[in-house]
Structure formats: structure tokens, C-alpha cells
Design a protein around this ligand. Sequence first.
Ligand code: SF4
Length: 651
Amino acid sequence: MTPRYPAPTDAAGPSAIPHRVAIGDLPPRMQDYLKSAASLFLAKGRATVTDIAADRGVKVPTASEAVAQLARRGLVEHENYGAVELTESGWQVANELLDRHELFVHLFSDILGLPTEQATQEACAVEHAVAGETLEKVAEFVRRHVHRLPAAGAGVGRAEKVAVTGGRGAAAEGEAESGSAKDAEALQRNGGVVLIDEERIFAVLREATSRDAAYVRKVIAKALQLKGLDEEEVAALAQISDSELLGELFAAARQVKEQIYGDRLVLFAPLYISNLCGNECLYCAFRARNKAIRRRALTQDEIRQEVELLIDQGHKRVLLVAGEAYPREGFPYVLKSIETVYSVRRPQGRIRRVNVNIAPLSVDEFKELKAVGIGTYQIFQETYHRPTYTRMHVAGKKRDYDYRITAPDRAMQAGVDDVGIGVLFGLFDWRFEILALLQHIRHLEETYGVGPHTISVPRLEPAVGSDLASHPPYPVSDVDFRKIVAILRLAVPYTGIIMSTRETPNIRRETFALGVSQISAGSRTNPGGYAEDEEFDAAQFQLGDHRSLDEVIRDVAQLGYTPSFCTACYRVGRTGQDFMELAKPGDIKHMCGPNALSTFMEYLLDFATPETREVGEARVAAELAQMSPAERKVAERLIEKVRAGDRDVYV
Ligand code: SF4
């Protein structure tokens, strides 16, 4: 199986990996103790000798002696009465053991059809005995059957792309392979497989280096027809370094942005409800072993308080965010939190749309999420480059690349048809990432008839307790960052692009023109941050834009954009494919323009400071003046209603 721990040669990983302990050097009994310590840590964020004893079904002194033996081998660290901490070497071995265990559980359960409990017992019994070539062969067999992949050696390419069952669209190549009911069940649970064809991406990027200016100009001309771009064309744009061509690229992006989105910028605020996490992502402050931050999951009362503050600032849509572990009650905590957000009422309104950014879910869990009325489900692959992904995600469920990349599939299968995807730029070469992003988008379009609703483009920012976040392995310069936004705008013109407050006001301003359609404002990334203010030692990353919502709105309006708090489409069911059917012929614009103005006017009347109101009124007048007569009539009617005291009016 693929190694799960940063390789010693990797500049991004820990600088020195201690002496490598091979699994075979460890007696099976000690393997089990190490596995227990790792599993307990991943489940609870902490493993004690007492927990390990209970897990192994032995007395505490027995477990204590085993832990001491593991410590002598450099696999764990343990001080009297403290938690048992796995060392880097310990995680290296534990990850392999957990992978091996999962492999046999898949074999016995998904392929041979044993009940889960029995499959787990059998896996424990045989996993120590199988090694070397036999283990590789079992791994290959399981991989092929669970994910319905062709045999090894057949090469990786488009022909191997496997469709997801349950989708609306095309049956795939590979679909012809007959699958047992168990296969179908496994696919249903995993959401299928999205293959990112890395070899092809590198080949396309290599080829792009020989493209001349005439080819690039042809690509830009095609993009201006709003038809989107393919991988070769995107790769050619990614290679631009000539300043004249760069200017043409940016001009084209501005034109497409203007044509499809006009001057509107949709605003939202993130709502962090918890920073508990069971994963070890080397770039994130929330990672489980980071002791430098204070852990916290908000109670429902605290969430209510945060939401009241957001409503009082003027927000109408929030993005609910949680680390990838929940308090004792588990996933229902998230559902309850969403209900709490929707339940809060203030004299000047309420939150009208809750989008969520949480760990990947099963199809059934996504159905529950849909039932509580979420808007968009957002999930970032972080990096599409599998070896980098493996190195960055050291422990926890997030190590499973495939389960994460198929989360949008499962969301769509469950009826959540607005999904948002994204990349954390700085982990790997950005050119690779945008081509992979494009492959992911095409997979969703081909399978479900609609691609993602939004793409997010976060760049790595410093985070407490993460060296890597301050020293990105593939730093993205400001020029390249602008290129990323411009290229995405041209490649997928109808997909929203989200810019967070990670970026400074200047970068945000520049990228609004190039294609960004949604921005966060007045954000806090620490749970409780709106009530208690920004606290870096509980936050996920450092913010680049600390301005209040009012300041951002004034700035945006002065720049000639219309801030929008519109949530109409989601409220009337214009989502997924229905939304795209309106967006592509340009029909959606006639609704967005008036709705943006009516929600902006609500803000100006209910929340704005006098200076912002003055700037805002001028912006509304300018926007009305440039509308078509029909559109202006609708907008004026809505604005009149808002001025008369009506709220939440839209078309
Ligand atoms: S990126 Fe997400 S999963 Fe990883 S440590 Fe941070 S909160 Fe947890």
C-alpha cells in the first residue's frame, strides 16, 4: 500500500525521521498495542494506559508494561499518568498497521461478504501473518474489487475512469464489469472513484511549454465566447510569463467576470463551531496533536450568541465550519448546530442560508444534512497530487484520499446538488492543481450533469503550531495567484469563485475584477471569535483582512461593486442543474441584479454606518442607471418595498 508518512527526503515533512522500525521487527502482540494507542488517539484525541488496557481487554499493569516496551523501541512517549503519545516513528508503523487492518476488513466484508464484526475479528487474526509479496497481491486484489479498477500494469489513463453508481449521468467505461451486490454497496458507501490522471496532467503541462503566443491568443479568444476551456488550453494559459500576454489574460478574465456576474459580490461570514479534530494535517492549527491551540466546541447557546452577533452586523449567509471531530454526540452535533443557526431571530432579520464545510460524509449522512436545509456543501481536496496528499495528511481518517475526493459524489447522490470544491494552494505546484481541479469538475459534470457551484482558492497562511504553513513547499506568488483566479474564471465561467479573508485587502481588491464572485468579510476563524474577538491561539490560520463587514462593504462599493446578500436561488430551489440552466443562457442575471440591490438596500437601511450608507446609496443609483429598462423596473420595485419596511423580497 502507499506509505502514509512523510518520506525522509521530503522538504515539506519533518526534517529528521528517526530510525525506521519495520513492522516485522515488532511482535504481533506489540503491534496490537501500538494499533490500539493509534486508534484511540484518532477516535478520542488522547490515549491513556487505562484506555489501552480496556481496548485490549487486559489489566492496566499489563498494558503499562507493553507501553514501556513500545517506548523503549522509540515508538511512543509516555510519562507516568500522562497520555501515551506516538512518536513519528510510531505513527509510521501504526499507519501501516491500520492500513493493513483496513485492507483485510475490506477483503472479508466488502468482497467475501462477512458481517462487519466477524470481518474485523478475522482481519485481526490474519493481518500479522501476511507480508511481502503476498500482502501486495492482496492489496492489489482488494483495490481492484472494491474500487472496480482494472488490473495493475494496464496503465493509468482515461479509459480507466470509473463512474459513480447512482449518478444521473453517463454510465462509465468500466461500468460493464459485472459487480456483485457487495460491490455496489461498497461503491455506494465510498461514492465511487474519481481518478485524477496525474501522468496526463504532467504530459499536458510539458507540452504546454512549447505553445506560442498565437496559440495562447486563440485560447483567450475562445474563452471570451464563454465556452470554458479544456486541459491543454488551461495548461497553455498557466505557462504565460510574457507581460503582454499576461495583460491580455487578465483583460479577458475581467471581461468574462463582468459579462456573467456584472458588478455583484456576494458576502458571507464563516462560523467556526469547533476546532476539535482527529486528523493530522501538517499545515493546519487544528490538527489533533497540536498542543499550541486551545480546544473548544461551542455549545448551542454559544452558537446562538455568535449568530446573533453576525445577524446584528448585517450578515444573511454563513459558512458553518468545524474541525474533523465532533463532541461526544458525534455528527448530530452538526445537524443540531445548523438548526440552531436557522432558529435565531433578531429584530433586523435572520440567517437565510447556511453553507457547510465539514468532514466527508456517507450518503445517508448527506441526506440528513440536506434535510436540515443546508445551501452548499463545501469540501476541499487540499491537494490533488496523491503523493503530496499522503505526506501532508499524517494520521486520521483524512488520510483516505479517495474517500475525500468522492465526497461531492456522495453529496450529489444524496440530493445536495450545490457543492463547492477547492485547493489549498502552496502544498503542490499550482499548475498541476488547477488541471486536476478541472478533471474533478469534468467528472462531476459528466456524471451528474452539473459541476460544482463554487471553487475556493485559499493560499497557505501561517497557523499556530505549523511550521509548514509558514514555509509552504510550493509558495504561490501574488502574480501567480492572480493568474489562478483569471484562468479559473475563463476555464469554468459559470462556477462561482470564493475568496476568503486569508488574503490581504489589496489582493482581494485585485482579484474581484479577475473573477471572484463571493467573499467573506469580518471573519473570525476561532470558535467563539465573534463574541470574544479574534484569538490566534484558537484559530485555524492567520487572517490577512481584519476589516469589519461595514468597512469591507464601503470599500467594495467605492470600487464600483455591488455587495449582495442574496439567497433567493436556494430559497426557491434554483440549485444544481436548474441553476446552471438559468445561468448559462444569461437568464439568471435578470434576477441577480435586482436581488443584489434589494439585499444591499436592506443592509444600508438597517446596519450601515452613515459613511457607508452614503457611499452605498450612490452605488445603488449607479447600478440602477446601467440596468436595462426591464431589469431596472424590477429592481426599483424591490427597493421601494425595502424602503417601505418590507424585508427579504426577491425574484
Ligand atoms: S485541515 Fe481540517 S482535517 Fe486537517 S487538521 Fe485542520 S481541521 Fe483537521
